[in-house]
Design a protein around this ligand. Structure first.
Ligand code: SF4
Ligand code: SF4
Length: 757
């Protein structure tokens, strides 16, 4: 903050706060004890009158930091937003008035500590100055010219953004261009509809904002959101293009039928895949390859490879609808033909149920059972669940294997067979790590980041990132984030995925998906230009500032940044690519010399908040526990506990943190030295669902806690005094029990012997 801090404390008496605590005594804490020059109370601060009260002081210049002691910082953010003023919130409602007994001495102490912590926060924070210098490019690169890619390009153009659309084959259109008809996507959802891909291709060709390059690949990507520099290789020549954001829409490929020998593929020319049947239908040439006759008795085998751990462990989602479409096409061509669809579980969600009923009406026979084998004579042996016995189906003219979708998350043509196998079985960790030039043998790589190990071979973007050339590929080979809250997201800021490269989906879903991804790309461009973060800390203008004077070049920040935002300069010092940064603070928590900080979040700020709490002496029999709660899941779960009126332990003092990855070991030692009896870290669930909004926060924190354990041993303090709990945002009914259980264990251990020193 360039100008002098002028804090003002605004205490709300509304929403039950005034009944739970003595607000006058809180004002005395702020004004007399903490010496805040201006303190006001109001019956409802979020009312027009209450907001005007704050605004008046800000406009008069008597205050430039509004410390609002009222509801949770997660709510009323629009009401309590004031241009060019810092707002700091103390939670007196959800985590005090709504979770504690009214009028209790401990409730009053908790409220007073929350006010003290907010004042300490204000004294150690400055209004962030965004980094906006230099040129930012507004163009969007779309990689992949199928339905998803073309839709993304058209949507971007419709929003006023220029697009460079790169397609590696000779023409746009992808697989969909080859389909005869498509599944219904409009009411009444019963009849096949025209393909529509050719029309989309024609619209792309006429759109002046879209530049199409076919037979082209991306041979190099460097930079960051707003400033990506791309090398495009086409016909042996390479040229450099500048773009602001990237959408990867590289689609899918059919599962290799050669791996389906158990279903007879290859044993007879009349055992075909759904893709091969589609080609016959598109040509108007539905004939058996063996004798050229039109098939009269056809069986479709669902889940040919899908939902099978030996092949594709996931549901490919489209094959049931595709088989229904094919069955209707066969019946339309020859109503006397008999068509069976043999399924284990038919999946026709939503409006696709209408399509299924239409097929029933048209005489398509659905048979529930598991196919055991298909012979070269086309005899299908079905384990019929209804009959409870194996039933042979003989005399078939054509057997169609409903094969599934495999994502093109890496460059298929450059990729090794071994890598593909490992991808399909999800055994990514079995693959050789990527050797990134210049980083071999670098700083320790936390085990929590092991899942970042990616397959060798062709990369779609050839990223020049510390973490290697690929987009992270997670479960089952899909290039999805697996962040519960962020579809389209990848772990590389400004780069989004859509369509079947992200998860199996049909044309209608892919078009919606592409629209969503482009909206994200546009947000990334606009935020980069404004110097603001993208999700989840949308709009945060802070960024990590590194004091190189004491940096030891240990590289921990560069290694642990989940988003590859920090590179190393030639001299070994870290450099932040600010628009890649999501402001999680993981680098700050990693830095052993604590030389990384944000204007509005620092090791010192949280340390001062921790120290500001009044810790009763050993004779008061009132333990104090510090809760460092991740703002994404843990803190909202605590708030929801309040909304549901679940009690929270009265001895706990809560500091929200951006991510458990940002937790500095110093906060734990500061708390214990101050006399807190225990410290709990509460963060997102770790694991393959990637609920952590910053990828690996809880995993990283758990590793760091092991080192804190050694420190505790040296201090002769029990390891049980520090604990990490993983929760989800839906755990409002559980968090109170976790805090109570921890408090009970600490009480059994006895008070912190450092108390009072
Ligand atoms: S704040 Fe997070 S995203 Fe930004 S540089 Fe640090 S670790 Fe990376
Ligand atoms: S973690 Fe800290 S000391 Fe290590 S390289 Fe990064 S800034 Fe320097």
């Amino acid at each position: 903050m360039g100008e002098q801090r002028k804090p003002g404390v605004y205490l709300c008496r509304g929403c039950g706060i005034g009944g739970a605590v003595d607000v006058g005594k809180l004002e005395a804490v702020a004004a007399k004890e903490q010496k805040v020059p201006l303190c006001r109370q109001h019956d409802c601060l979020c009312s027009d009158e209450g907001v005007a009260l704050i605004r008046q002081d800000l406009e008069a210049g008597t205050v430039n930091q509004a410390i609002i002691a009222a509801c949770s910082p997660r709510v009323m953010t629009d009401r309590f937003h004031f241009d060019r003023a810092q707002v700091i919130r103390a939670n007196l409602r959800e985590q005090v008035a709504w979770t504690q007994p009214a009028g209790d001495e401990n409730t009053q102490m908790l409220a007073a500590d929350n006010v003290r912590m907010a004042i300490a926060q204000a004294a150690n924070t400055t209004a962030p100055e965004p980094l906006t210098a230099g040129e930012f490019n507004q163009r969007i690169l779309v990689v992949g010219g199928g339905v998803s890619g073309m839709t993304a390009a058209m949507e971007a153009a419709a929003t006023g953004y220029d697009v460079l659309l790169i397609e590696r084959s000779e023409a746009l259109g992808g697989w969909a261009r080859r389909w005869s008809r498509r599944m219904p996507h409009r009411p009444p959802y019963r009849d096949l509809q025209p393909n529509g891909t050719e029309a989309l291709m024609a619209r792309v060709a006429l759109e002046p904002r879209i530049t199409v390059m076919t037979n082209a690949t991306v041979s190099r990507t460097e930079g960051m959101p707003g400033r990506f520099s791309i090398q495009v290789t086409q016909a042996g020549a390479t040229r450099t293009e500048q773009v602001g954001a990237i959408v990867v829409a590289t689609g899918w490929r059919p599962y290799d039928p050669a791996k389906l020998g158990h279903l007879g593929y290859g044993a007879s020319p009349d055992i075909v895949t759904n893709v091969e049947l589609e080609a016959m239908l598109a040509r108007g040439d539905l004939k058996r390859a063996s004798d050229g006759k039109a098939p009269k008795l056809v069986a479709f085998i669902q889940c040919a490879g899908s939902r099978d751990p030996a092949h594709l462990p996931y549901c490919s989602s489209i094959c049931c609808g595709v088989s229904i479409k094919h069955a209707l096409q066969i019946k339309a061509a020859d109503p006397s033909a008999s068509v069976y669809i043999i399924y284990d579980e038919l999946r026709t969600p939503g409006t696709a149920e209408e399509f299924y009923r239409q097929a029933q009406r048209q005489g398509v026979i659905f048979q529930k059972g598991k196919v055991k084998s298909v012979g070269a004579d086309l005899t299908v042996l079905v384990d019929d669940e209804l009959l409870g016995m194996e039933v042979p189906m003989a005399g078939l003219d054509l057997v169609v294997l409903a094969t599934g979708m495999v994502p093109n998350a890496t460059d298929v043509e450059a990729k090794t067979i071994e890598a593909e196998q490992a991808l399909l079985t999800g055994d990514i960790n079995a693959l050789a790590p990527i050797a990134v030039a210049g980083y071999a043998g670098a700083a320790p790589k936390p085990a929590a980041l092991a899942a970042e190990t990616l397959p060798p071979g062709g990369s779609i973007l050839n990223l020049q990132y510390r973490q290697g050339p690929h987009l992270p590929i997670l479960a089952d080979g899909f290039a999805d984030s697996h962040f519960i809250c962020f579809p389209y997201e990848t772990r590389r800021s400004g780069i989004y995925t859509c369509g079947p490269v992200r998860r199996p989906m049909d044309i209608a879903e892919a078009r919606e998906d592409a629209t969503g991804a482009v909206m994200k790309a546009i947000q990334a461009i606009r935020n980069a230009k404004a110097g603001a973060s993208v999700h989840p800390r949308v709009g945060d203008l802070s960024y990590p500032k590194i004091g190189l004077d004491i940096c030891t070049k240990c590289r921990r920040c560069t290694v642990e940044c989940p988003f590859g935002a920090i590179d190393e300069a030639a001299d070994g010092y870290p450099i932040v690519n600010t628009t890649r940064c999501r402001r999680c603070g993981t680098c700050m928590g990693a830095c052993p010399v604590r030389t990384i900080s944000f204007d509005n979040y620092s090791v010192q700020m949280v340390s001062e908040m921790i120290k500001s709490v009044e810790v009763p002496d050993e004779f008061a029999n009132k333990p104090r526990l510090l809760l460092l709660a991740c703002e994404n899941d843990a803190y909202p779960a605590l708030d929801m506990a309040g909304v549901n009126r679940h009690p929270l332990n009265t001895y706990v003092r809560t500091v929200p943190v951006r991510c458990l990855g940002s937790v500095s070991a110093m906060w734990v030692s500061t708390a214990l030295e101050k006399g807190y009896d225990g410290v709990m870290l509460m963060g997102c669930k770790s694991g393959d669902d990637y609920q952590c909004h910053f990828v690996k926060g809880s995993g990283i924190a758990r590793e760091r806690l092991e080192k804190i354990g050694e420190t505790l041993k040296r201090m002769a303090l029990e390891q049980d005094r520090v604990r990490l709990e993983e929760v989800s945002i839906a755990d409002s009914g559980r968090v109170g029990g976790l805090l109570q259980g921890f408090t009970d264990r600490i009480v059994k251990l006895g008070l912190n012997p450092f108390k009072g020193f």
